[in-house]
Write a protein that binds this ligand. Structure first.
Ligand code: ASP
Length: 345
C-alpha cells in the first residue's frame, strides 16, 4: 500500500437545499456486500468518522445551526484519541499538547479562534466562546484557558490529552532527528513494558487535524477546525488551523472551508480565503476553485495538504495533494460517504 499522509478532515456537508424525499426503490438490484479486512486502524477511523458525522447530521436534521453541528461533530473527534485534536493530539518537542481551533459563521463573518491552549477539553467550544462571548477574534495560551474557565468550559489537567501512541511517535521522531527527548509528562500513565503498535503510517503524525464545514436548513454555512498542530513543533509555533482565512473561513457570499496540511504553506497562501475569493470574484464552481488552489497554487510552493468546502447552494468539495485524506460527507436524504485514499470517489 502506498504510504498515505493521513489528513483528518471530516466533511460534514448537509445540503438542506438539495433535500429530497426518500422513496422506496423498486427491487431492481440484487443486494451485494464487499468487505475489506484492512488495517484495524482504518476500520476504527472509519467508524469514528461515521459517528462524528452522524452527530452533526442529527443537529442539522432537527433544524439546528451549522455552527452547532460543527461543534457537535468536532466534540466527538476531540474526545477520540485517534485524532490529532483534543485528546490524542500530537506533542510539542517539549512534550506538551498545545491545541489550536477556530470557528467561523458565514452568515455574519463572526469568528473565534484559539492557539496554544493546554487545559480546555474542547478547544472548538473555546473558539466558539471567543466568538460569542468576547469582543475578540483570537486568544492564545494561558489567557485563552483562563477565559475558557471564566465562561464555564470544562478544564482538564494537561495529562488528559496524553496518549501513549502519540508520545512514542514523538520520541521516535526526535530520536531520528537527533534532538533531545523531553521527560515523560507529569500525570501520564507509567510507560508500558513494550512499545505500542504503530497504528498509522509513518507520516501520519504530520497531520490529523479535524475540520467540518456545514450548511443548515436556514441556508447558513460555517466552518470549524481543531488540531494539536504538527508533531515536535517548537517555540510556540501556530499553524493555519486557527488563522481565519488560512485554515478556516466561511462567508455566505462564497463558501466555507476547513484545511489540513503543513500549516506554514496554508498561511502563506491564505488558502481558505483564496478558494472563497475564486468563487466570489471569478464565479468559479467550488470544486474548480478548490482544485486550482490545492493542485496549482499549493503545489507550486511545494505545500502539502487538503481542504473540504461547501457553498450555501449545496456544492460540496474536497481537494488534496497528499496520497490520502480521511473524509466523510453526507447530504440530507443522501448516503454517508467515507473515503481515505485518493483513488476513492
Ligand atoms: N494544519 C495543521 C497545522 O499546521 C496540521 C494538520 O493539518 O494536521 O498546524
Amino acid at each position: 500500500m502506498a504510504k498515505i499522509c493521513i489528513t483528518w478532515v471530516a466533511v460534514l456537508a448537509i445540503a438542506a437545499l438539495a433535500a429530497h424525499a426518500q422513496t422506496a426503490q423498486p427491487a431492481t438490484h440484487h443486494w451485494a456486500i464487499v468487505v475489506h479486512g484492512g488495517a484495524e486502524t482504518e476500520a476504527a477511523y472509519r467508524a469514528s468518522m461515521k459517528q462524528a458525522t452522524e452527530a452533526g447530521a442529527k443537529v442539522l436534521d432537527s433544524g439546528g445551526s451549522s455552527l452547532d453541528a460543527i461543534e457537535a461533530t468536532i466534540h466527538v473527534l476531540e474526545d477520540d484519541p485517534l485524532f490529532n485534536a483534543g485528546r490524542g493530539a500530537v506533542f510539542t518537542a517539549e512534550g506538551k499538547n498545545e491545541l489550536d481551533a477556530a470557528i467561523m459563521d458565514g452568515s455574519n463573518l463572526k469568528a473565534g479562534a484559539v492557539a496554544g491552549v493546554t487545559r480546555t477539553r474542547h478547544p472548538i467550544s473555546l473558539a466558539r466562546a471567543v466568538m460569542d462571548k468576547s469582543p475578540h477574534v483570537m486568544l492564545v495560551g494561558a489567557g485563552a484557558d483562563s477565559f475558557a474557565a471564566s465562561v464555564g468550559l470544562e478544564q482538564v489537567d494537561p495529562s488528559y490529552f496524553f496518549t501513549e501512541r502519540r508520545w512514542q511517535s514523538l520520541v521516535r521522531q526526535l530520536k531520528k532527528e537527533g534532538r533531545p527527548i523531553p521527560p515523560r509528562p507529569a500525570g501520564a500513565p507509567p510507560a508500558p513494558p513494550a512499545p505500542v503498535a504503530e497504528i498509522e503510517p509513518p507520516d501520519a503524525h504530520k497531520y490529523g487535524t479535524v475540520g467540518v464545514v456545514a450548511l443548515d436548513r436556514q441556508g447558513n454555512i460555517a466552518a470549524g477546525t481543531s488540531t494539536g498542530g504538527t508533531q515536535a513543533k517548537q517555540w510556540g509555533r501556530v499553524g493555519d488551523s486557527p488563522i481565519i482565512g488560512a485554515g478556516t473561513y466561511a462567508s455566505n457570499q462564497s463558501c466555507a472551508v476547513s484545511a489540513t496540511g503543513t500549516g506554514e504553506y496554508f498561511i502563506r497562501l491564505g488558502v481558505a480565503r483564496e478558494i472563497c475569493n475564486l468563487v466570489y470574484f471569478k464565479g468559479m464552481p467550488l470544486q474548480q476553485a478548490a482544485d486550482q488552489v490545492i493542485h496549482k497554487e499549493l503545489d507550486a510552493i511545494h505545500g502539502d495538504g487538503g481542504i473540504i468546502a461547501i457553498t450555501p447552494d449545496g456544492q460540496l468539495a474536497w481537494s488534496f495533494n497528499t496520497p490520502g485524506m480521511y473524509r466523510a460527507k453526507l447530504s440530507e436524504g443522501g448516503k454517508l460517504e467515507i473515503g481515505i485514499y485518493n483513488d476513492e470517489p
